[in-house]
Write a new protein. Structure first.
Length: 277
């Protein structure tokens, strides 16, 4: 693949207050691939495979340029599951913001490790129905990334569409700040409150809904589109994944999220080369 370079697009000074002079996750990933710590200005005109974290700072510009030019990159962001008060698991995806690559057969080992369970029976929840629709709107940052209107306009348009398709009650759940997500009312609790279906754009809330035994509809690039409904017109009868589909999907995702230690020791890179190329 040639040279691999990390793009610390937000600048090292953002980490100074924590004692870092460079994004610590990018630094760990570079150690694992024998890559270099760099920035967009230095790599803009090279043929390096880039590694970019998050959508802040200049990350969006770099990712959009990679897409436009067909340039390979890896994106690092919050993992799909297994995180609590501290982010332990981080998803890493090739040429996309989520793992939408074709599902392959994987062992249960990584899912077991990430969810701290011993068997699939501890993971799978049969699907149940409810009355209301739970809408989880995207952020303005995400809307800008995908060339959509601002989040408020997008959400209002979505609600108007839903009112033409169903008489079900609609609840909008704005994404809480991280401290509130891990200490306050969780998405899992919200999903158990008489929910028929969760609707989102590219949020991992879709995966969280499926794991709670609730139907999900994704309207943007989202890993959950591999097994869930993607057509809003099917709001009354959204696709319900089979148990086999759920097993294949969750084990698939478990092989695309890693700890910082796995980034640093090369485990992440080895698995990515085997599963996302």
């Amino acid at each position: 693949m040639g040279k691999v370079a990390a793009i610390d697009s937000t600048g090292g000074n953002n980490y100074a207050r924590k004692g870092h002079d460079y994004d610590p996750y990018l630094r760990s990933f570079m150690k694992g691939v024998c890559g270099i710590e760099s920035n967009w200005e230095q790599e803009e005109h090279t043929n390096s495979t880039l590694v970019i974290r998050g959508l802040g700072g200049g990350s969006q510009k770099a990712i959009k340029r990679c897409w436009a030019e067909g340039r390979p990159f890896y994106a690092i962001d919050t993992g799909y599951f297994g995180n609590g008060k501290h982010k332990t698991w981080h998803r890493v995806t090739f040429n996309a913001l989520q793992n939408m690559s074709a599902m392959r057969e994987h062992k249960f080992d990584r899912l077991s490790l990430q969810l701290k369970v011993n068997s699939w029976d501890e993971v799978y929840k049969p699907f149940t129905d409810g009355a209301k629709i739970l809408v989880c709107p995207p952020s303005n940052k995400v809307m800008n990334m995908f060339g959509q209107p601002d989040a408020e306009t997008y959400t209002n348009n979505l609600v108007n569409q839903l009112k033409e398709l169903t008489d079900r009650p609609i609840e909008i759940r704005m994404k809480p700040i991280r401290s509130e997500r891990v200490t306050g009312a969780t998405i899992q609790e919200a999903l158990q409150d008489d929910v028929h279906c969760l609707i989102t754009y590219n949020s991992i809330a879709a995966t969280e809904a499926l794991m709670e035994g609730k139907a999900a509809i994704t309207l943007g690039p989202n890993s959950a589109q591999l097994i869930c409904e993607t057509d809003l017109a099917n709001i009354e009868t959204p696709h319900i994944p089979t148990e086999d589909e759920m097993y294949a999907y969750l084990t698939h995702l478990s092989y695309s999220q890693f700890t910082q230690g796995e980034m640093e020791d090369g485990t992440a890179w080895r698995i990515l080369q085997e599963t996302q190329q």
